[in-house]
Ligand binder design. Structure first.
Ligand code: SF4
Length: 688
């Protein structure tokens, strides 16, 4: 799925499970030594050695002894995948600004280096000073998806930290996870100490305070000096659980029904909340990070300067976990975006700027933002890009503006489903007429290639819906050919995986054979149209993701066993981990059919019910019923609030974005509207 590797690595996965020989040696060995002198001579033996070196522009090195709290922030994949992650860069900068804290970064070593690390007793290390994981106070791991879980266990084990939390002492780092996959951390419950729900900025600083105070109290003459280690660790976890947005799994227990279904998850520690709320920062203007983006030493998946232009999404796509859990929309001011871009480009030397969000064309001032940036960089080599799933001519107009400095090559749209009926089910408000009109405009204006994203395996899907993907592709290709024989259309089709905290959380996932059958229907339907390319994911890819996304604590032994058998990098094509997972599931009695391929009813408790994403459970269920009745729901930014529950929880009424008025003319299929770039009304300049 991610990146490429030059060789087949199947035979190189080492058998795992033994404890690493490089445990924390004890306080007398501190300060922890750097492992660089042992690591450096080994680097010529591994692929892409530069990813383990550090020393990038804007990396931050704080004197080890000067810090009271030491964080190792980790993205549990390779440097090339994890380095651009904005979440880590934000927290890295925030923590390093504190005079009492330091933060360094770690990524997962590829299997070639891991093998050498185990052979030479080199622990999981930080990039900045190559210090071992065990020397840090907090191991903060971001989980943007579920396919890094085995890497997390491996990093702990390799770093000299017991991979199960019950085996840890106060000498070990606190193991924290955050990110979207942390909204159901139950499969990881035995391995983590805490999960952070929601926006990380404020809560990270509060956690840092808790850890700092705890360490001071453990010092000689402190109130916790001499306290039994298990009791002291329990006290630290208790204090962490008191921070809003922090979930400590050890303080909760699941109760199951006789038939195996979950009854509920209950607190077992006095004082912890029955429902753990997510954290939400209300004003992005107060958190203008990252200011000093780290420039990678080697090729990464995104080489650009990125500015998050807003957070959250209220389009209501029912399959989209990111959109649901990040509500409400909070926009950055256009002038702030402009300044951050100008300062960032000057500082980093990147010649591409990404304006990031879940649907960047929906910023209520995106017209002026795009125009002003395009003006600023006209005639230079700096290009601008923005991810947007919008399927309308406005998106083409916007792309034209952003492409002033470059060629009009490819545009990407995401109708997600082939038929209008199924698009109503998933709440993707776009008609076929919209899509074809958009293609017409795009090819007429000189774009050469349109890529369309779809999913199969969506709830209520029939073969007719699947074949509609091919039909839409063929019609789009006919338009492409009218405007030029070299024009291209690509259909990119993946298998749908239901996610927690979405209206589809109750839905059955399609097994891989069914996904495979549906993909072959599409391929067969377009076999006479050679100009259309079809790109599909491996149908088996969703198996592990689906199990971990909606699993409960009973899945944990399968994660542990899969890791012991050698599973790593579960999202990579090059890593043949599915057979290891199947073996692990068989050995640990995890029934994939039961966890993934059955529909839940309203009365079954879900493993994440005690974790509050802000969405009202009743509203989610109603939206699931609406989906099955083909009912669409408008974007609440420009229509009435439909009471999803998020805004009242934040004491705000109806968030319509930065301008305080309606957002841009998002055009639902049944309403019609303007696709013009909006003129620059004064309201954009004055703020709310
Ligand atoms: S509470 Fe209403 S306005 Fe706020 S995000 Fe939910 S639907 Fe939209």
């Amino acid at each position: 799925m991610l990146g490429t590797a030059p060789v087949s690595l199947a035979s190189t996965i080492p058998a795992r499970g033994a404890r690493a020989p490089y445990r924390r040696p004890g306080r007398e060995a501190l300060p922890a030594p750097s492992c660089w002198s042992v690591l450096e001579p080994l680097l010529p033996k591994v692929r892409k050695p530069v990813q383990y070196v550090g020393g990038e522009h804007n990396q931050h090195v704080t004197a080890w002894e000067a810090a009271e709290t030491r964080w190792l922030l980790c993205y549990p994949d390779t440097y090339e995948v994890g380095q651009p992650n904005q979440g880590i860069q934000i927290l890295y900068e925030l923590l390093n600004e504190r005079p009492t804290a330091l933060a360094e970064r770690a990524y997962a070593p590829w299997v070639d280096l891991e093998e050498l690390q185990r052979e030479h007793a080199i622990p999981t290390f930080s990039l900045e000073t190559h210090r071992p994981l065990w020397a840090f106070d907090v191991f903060g791991v971001t989980l943007p998806h579920e396919l890094g879980h085995t890497n997390l266990l491996n990093l702990l084990d390799l770093g000299g930290v017991p991979h199960r939390s019950v085996g840890r002492s106060t000498e070990d780092p606190i193991v924290l996870v955050g990110g979207h996959a942390a909204f159901n951390p139950e499969p990881l419950a035995p391995f983590i100490d805490a999960a952070v729900m929601g926006d990380g900025e404020q809560v990270t600083l509060e956690i840092d305070e808790v850890v700092r105070a705890f360490k001071r109290e453990r010092e000689p003459a402190g109130p916790l000096e001499g306290c039994d280690d298990a009791e002291a660790r329990h006290e630290l976890l208790r204090r962490l659980a008191a921070v809003e947005g922090v979930y400590v799994p050890a303080f909760y227990a699941p109760r199951y029904r006789d038939d195996g279904r979950l009854q509920r998850t209950v607190p077992t520690e006095p004082g912890v909340p029955a429902l753990v709320p997510k954290r939400t920062i209300q004003d992005l203007e107060e958190w203008q990070y990252p200011r000093k983006q780290i420039v990678p030493m080697t090729e990464t998946v995104h080489e650009r300067f990125s500015v998050e232009i807003f957070r959250g999404c209220t389009r209501g796509c029912r399959f989209c976990q990111a959109g649901m859990i990040t509500r409400p929309v909070r926009e950055r001011r256009p002038e702030t975006v402009q300044r951050l871009v100008e300062e960032g480009v000057a500082d980093t030397g990147f010649n591409e700027v990404g304006l990031l969000s879940l649907s960047s064309a929906d910023h209520s001032a995106i017209g002026p933002i795009a125009r002003d940036l395009a003006d600023a960089y006209e005639g230079t080599t700096t290009s601008l890009s923005l991810p947007s799933p919008r399927v309308d001519a406005f998106n083409v107009t916007l792309s034209n503006e952003l492409a002033r400095n470059g060629r009009r090559t490819g545009l990407t749209f995401a109708p997600e489903a082939g038929s209008e009926r199924l698009r109503a089910v998933i709440n993707k408000m776009v008609s076929e007429a919209d899509l074809l009109r958009t293609a017409e405009v795009a090819f007429a204006e000189g774009w050469r290639h349109i890529k369309l994203y779809f999913m199969v395996g969506l709830p209520t899907e029939t073969d007719e819906d699947v074949l509609a993907i091919a039909e839409l592709g063929i019609r789009t290709y006919e338009i492409a050919r009218r405007h030029g024989h070299a024009n291209k259309v690509t259909l990119s089709v993946g298998g749908f995986v239901p996610k927690p905290h979405t209206p589809f959380q109750w839905a059955a996932q399609d097994p891989p054979d069914e996904i495979r059958r549906k993909l072959s229907l599409i391929r067969h339907a377009i076999k006479d149209h050679r100009g259309i390319k079809v790109r599909t994911n491996d149908p088996e890819e969703g198996v592990i993701e689906g199990l971990l996304a909606r699993g409960d604590r009973r899945v944990a032994p399968a994660i542990e066993r899969a890791w012991q058998l050698g599973a790593r990098f579960d999202g990579w094509h090059e890593m043949p981990t599915l057979e290891l997972w199947r073996q692990a599931m068989a050995e640990t009695g995890v029934d994939l059919d039961w966890f993934s391929y059955r529909e839940r009813d309203q009365h079954e408790a879900l493993p994440w019910d005690h974790l509050d994403s802000g969405l009202d459970a009743g509203w989610l269920w109603e939206d699931w019923q609406d989906a099955q009745a083909d009912q669409q729901l408008d974007d609440c930014r420009w229509s009435a609030c439909y009471d999803c529950g998020v805004c009242p929880g934040l004491s705000i009424e109806h968030d319509t974005g930065y301008t305080g008025g309606f957002s841009l003319p998002v055009v639902p299929s049944r309403l019609g509207g303007s696709d013009e770039l909006p003129s620059t009304p004064e309201r954009y300049a004055s703020g709310p």
